[in-house]
Design a protein around this ligand. Structure first.
Ligand code: GLN
Length: 320
């Protein structure tokens, strides 16, 4: 069997198993299993595939046909230009979530430039992945505290830390198994993060300038209809947002004022139809400058709000 025949046969198997972009997946698995990247394939496609490579390739294709996510086969997903190890205990980082990180970075840069520091000039510039990072002077950032709730693989906390090297970044998760992966990812990406096993804020103390979270937000009844890769292989703990999908937004929004400094930001990733509901929850708790931000597909994806400096006066329960 030639490389071309193997690639075609694998694509047909994948298609029959209900996988839609079978040609691209077959090419990707050929590269992953045998190191046969596009250049190699174009040069050698008509050659006979060695038996050993062929059986290794089809073993992996069969696993994928069982709808095991690609990332569980390769063990890695890229996020914000950084590599993240994943397994069945963590949500695979999604491209959608990059919007949350980008918005957090934008807000922090604005704050750092406008209000906290007078000089907008970063001291050092460095590059990680495709993203140019600006590093602000150590002395000015070391007291900047960011909290990532439901950190999972750690992708949000770690990418924020890689943008703001001298900020204090803390990530929490209720799952000890997830935190093991988050710790591995922090080390692999040369970032020092404080991870705490905690049910949201339960083990957290102190106040933060920014709280971010991509909590579980799928209504429980919708979980059986998810694609098999997600439903059967990703942790339900990371997906299930209870009856209406909003349980974690409610809890976080209610408890967060005790952990957010006045003027601090709360940013959530949300499901495409949750923008209004989550914005309303934040409004009820007295957040200001609430904005629902769309992703490139034009769908609501992030909600951002700011705790007022003068909470007592501007809060909804104020008598003034
Ligand atoms: N923060 C992680 C991510 O965005 C995990 C989110 C979760 O488990 N709900 O990928």
């Amino acid at each position: 069997m030639t490389y071309r025949d193997a690639k075609g046969k694998a694509a047909a198997r994948l298609r029959a198993a209900g996988i839609e972009n079978e040609a691209a997946e077959s090419a990707f698995l050929l590269e992953y299993a045998c190191g046969a990247d596009l250049n190699f394939y174009l040069l050698h496609q008509a050659e006979e595939m060695p038996q050993e490579k062929k059986s290794h390739f089809f073993q992996i294709v069969e696993k994928r046909c069982k709808r095991i996510p690609l990332q569980h086969l390769t063990g890695v997903q890229e996020f914000m230009g950084l590599p993240f190890f994943v397994n069945e205990h963590v949500l695979i980082p999604r491209q959608d979530t990059e919007l949350l990180v980008e918005e957090a970075v934008r807000v922090l840069r604005e704050e750092l430039d406008d209000s906290i520091f007078s000089s907008p000039n970063p001291d050092i510039s460095s590059v990680s992945g495709n993203y140019v990072q600006e590093e602000y002077p150590i002395s000015k950032l070391q007291d900047f505290h960011i909290l990532d709730l439901c950190t999972g693989s750690g992708c949000i906390a770690i990418s924020l830390k890689s943008f703001f090297r001298h900020a204090f970044v803390c990530g929490t998760d209720i799952s000890a198994e997830a935190l093991e992966i988050a710790n591995i990812n922090a080390v692999a990406n040369h970032t020092g993060i404080t991870f705490i096993e905690s049910d949201l804020f339960s083990k957290v103390s102190g106040k933060f300038h920014m709280i971010v979270s991509n909590p579980p937000y799928i209504p429980s009844a919708e979980i059986p209809a998810l694609m098999p890769e997600v439903r059967d292989h990703e942790p339900h703990l990371a997906l299930d947002g209870d009856r209406d999908g909003l349980a974690f937004y409610r809890r976080i929004t209610a408890e967060c004022p005790d952990y957010l400094l006045p003027g601090g930001y709360l940013l959530f990733e949300i499901g495409y139809d949750q923008g209004e509901a989550v914005a309303a929850l934040m409004r009820e708790k007295g957040f200001e400058d609430i904005e629902v931000i769309q992703d490139l597909a034009g769908l609501d994806r992030v909600v951002r709000g700011k705790l007022p400096y003068n909470e007592g006066i501007k809060g909804p329960h104020s008598q003034i």
